[in-house]
Design a protein around this ligand. Structure first.
Ligand code: C2O
Ligand code: CU
Length: 487
């Protein structure tokens, strides 16, 4: 049953011809943007980096003087930013300090299934889990969040989310801002809704899931960023359960999109707006003049049927996100490169197979998620085309664990420049086909599945998810093994 999208609390368009921009909660943008601390690793005798993460409860004053109960990693809300380089051996020592089971999933990471932190790697209250892997992918912005089946929306929505930045030599060789918290800024966006007592509610009357009426950026309400360089890099992460954002600057100046989920683009793409559905990331550069003040906003989303969230009822959804205030003297970061990194295009002529996924109702291919069923068996080394169709008049999204994919086409057309790079999550417009291509390079395990699912978290929780294993040639899927069986 499709309920009408209700966004009336948030939205009131202007009628004077200026962009329809309102502010969620109508707050002043006068609080310094919080920057999540960097996780401090220790290095063991074999050179492996160890990071500590503890899931815990806490409070945030979303409304001044009224503590809202939240969850976070190593703090009351969100988590530290983990930074590792491609080639690093890492181990995360996770402790579940909550009163219920959870997991930690490394969204966008290429790693063995048993380290993936999906619903088969549950960690009981008070227990520890220490996945380890070798970072083996290009520089990019990933993130981590819980993935307990049926509970992901509640766990992420309370604040369990953090950024994972991968660095590499190709990125380091480019003249880009990369001073974390100074000119390289995480922008983790979550919208929330509070009840009369100031506590988080997970309102489910919107088909796409809970849409909030207040915005937190890195946990800050009404954030302002003091910019000290002429070019600032924003790592945008939509960590919201349901809302789709369409980021743009208040004076409509161009953003330079330099990276998407899986890494840098071949060259910067100048664009007025960058649209992100839940789970997606983008790296953008913003150029500022001394003394300037501009605002990062989110504008009405375009789902192909004209603006409006869902394109259903013409609901407007425009608001301020983050104020950027440039100091009177700005340090120069140098000339922004015209080319970034070379990208190998995956070719569908190389594909060994094609699979089709139809998202309809709360199902994929007419099936609800079953933790005991392996839906797809992939042979390692293969390149595959995944033909994904949103068969509904409402938006969905599609996220694949373990791999980064490229888009071959959207509704039969070649992907636009902003979707030409590596992606792990893609917004699915209503009634549209997406052809994805991906290569499964290594990490076989016939008994531990990876997930693919809609990243509108309520849909994921309701079962719009399936499981695949990666096996050796000729090998069959085994009986699913839950838990982590590290050597
Ligand atoms: Cu961001 Cu399967 O998750
Ligand atoms: Cu969905």
């Amino acid at each position: 049953v499709v309920t009408a999208l209700a966004l009336t609390t948030v939205l009131a368009g202007c009628s004077d011809g200026s962009p329809d921009v309102d502010t969620i909660g109508r707050v002043a943008f006068d609080t310094a943007l919080a920057i999540p601390p960097l996780a401090e690793p220790t290095t063991d005798a074999v050179g492996r980096l160890h990071f500590d993460l503890t899931a815990q409860t806490g409070t945030v004053d979303v409304v001044p003087g009224t503590p809202t109960e939240t969850w976070g990693f190593n703090g009351p809300y969100l988590g530290p930013t983990i930074v590792a380089a491609s080639g690093d051996d890492v181990q995360v020592d996770f402790h579940n300090g909550l009163k219920e089971p959870t997991t930690v999933h490394w969204h966008g990471m290429h790693l063995p299934a048993r380290a993936d932190g999906g619903p088969h790697q549950m960690v009981a209250p008070g227990d520890d889990w220490s996945p380890r892997w070798t970072v083996d992918q290009p520089a990019t912005t990933l993130w981590y969040h819980p993935h307990p089946h049926g509970e992901t929306e509640r766990h992420v929505g309370r604040g369990l989310a953090g950024m994972f930045i991968v660095r590499d030599e190709a990125e380091a060789a480019l003249s880009l801002p990369r001073d974390y918290g100074v000119d390289d800024i995480p922008v983790i966006v979550q919208d929330v809704r509070l009840d009369a007592d100031g506590q988080l509610v997970s309102d489910t009357r919107d088909y796409i899931g809970p849409v909030g009426d207040r915005l937190l950026v890195n946990g800050t309400v009404g954030p302002s960023l003091a910019v000290t360089t002429d070019v600032v890099r924003l790592r945008l992460l939509n960590a919201s359960p349901a809302r789709i954002y369409n980021f743009a600057l208040s004076d409509d100046r161009d953003l330079a999109l330099i990276g998407t989920d899986g890494g840098l683009l071949e060259r910067p793409f100048a664009t007025r707006a960058v649209q992100l559905s839940p789970g997606e990331r983008a790296e953008v550069l913003v150029r500022m003049a001394p003394g300037e003040r501009i605002t990062l906003q989110s504008r009405d989303v375009d789902l192909g049927g004209g603006p409006g969230l869902g394109g259903l009822n013409g609901a407007r959804d425009s608001f301020d996100v983050l104020e950027l205030v440039a100091s009177d003297a700005l340090n120069s970061v140098g000339t922004v490169p015209q080319t970034l990194v070379p990208m190998e295009r995956l070719d569908d002529l190389d594909a060994t197979g094609e699979r089709r996924f139809v998202l309809d109702g709360k199902q994929i291919n007419q099936q609800q998620m079953d933790l005991g069923r392996i839906d797809e068996v992939v042979t390692v080394g293969d390149t595959e085309v995944w033909d994904v169709r949103n068969n509904m008049a409402l938006p969905h999204s599609f996220h694949v664990h373990d791999v980064q994919f490229q888009l071959l086409s959207i509704g039969g057309d070649p992907p636009p420049p902003e979707l030409a790079g590596y992606k792990d999550t893609i917004l699915l417009r209503p009634n549209t086909d997406y052809r994805l291509i991906m290569r499964f390079t290594d990490y076989t395990d016939p008994r531990t599945p990876y997930m693919y699912h809609c990243h509108l978290l309520q849909h994921e929780d309701q079962g719009m998810m399936g499981q695949f294993v990666v096996v050796e040639p000729g090998q069959r899927a085994g009986t699913i093994e839950s838990g982590d069986t590290h050597d």
